[in-house]
Design a protein. Sequence first.
Length: 218
Amino acid sequence: MGQKVHPFGFRLGPLNTWKSRWFASNPSLYKKQAIEDHSLREYLHQRLRQAGLTQVIIERSINTVTVIVHVSRPGVVIGRGGANLEQLKKDVIKKLNLKEDSKSTKVEIKVEEEKNPDIQAQLILNRLMDQLEHRYPHRRAVSQALEKAIAAGAKGIKIILSGRINGAEIGRTEKFTLGSVPTQTLRADIDYAEKPALTKSGYVGIKVYVYKGEKQTS
């Protein structure tokens, strides 16, 4: 049975860069900050799902924590007059156990817009999860996602479903591919996301690979 490598981690360094960018002065601080980053990412993915969140980048300096969120609908995050953004900033400060009037550590939130949401693996995954949980036919849902991604400019897309698909008695794995997805090529810019959909019959695992073309390695 083949052991698959995470497409992002496989290209970390020559093609991709880290999503948490900071340096810890001692091991205990590293552990604390790594756990904070993980819990903050989970919170933001749940909180900003309606805004089409694709990734969260966290940068830390001596007295500043900068959170960069990539979303397809930035207006939902910012809100009227920036009200939603201010509330989100307060919630992040609370999540990191900081004081709002603290002069030692400041929190900044930057919002980056995703120009082409139809080729973002995380957004394709979220859409498939919603469709499977609402008992939408899985083949139709997957074929629509494949065609949309290719029409939006993706070079290739692969979707893998695993589990009791369509409520079957025995779990199985189904793979759907359109175009080419060269997972072993380091130059290939492959966006990847995975998460299970909780259907009435149980979990159905979903993996989405989107090949966006080749990039020049550093």
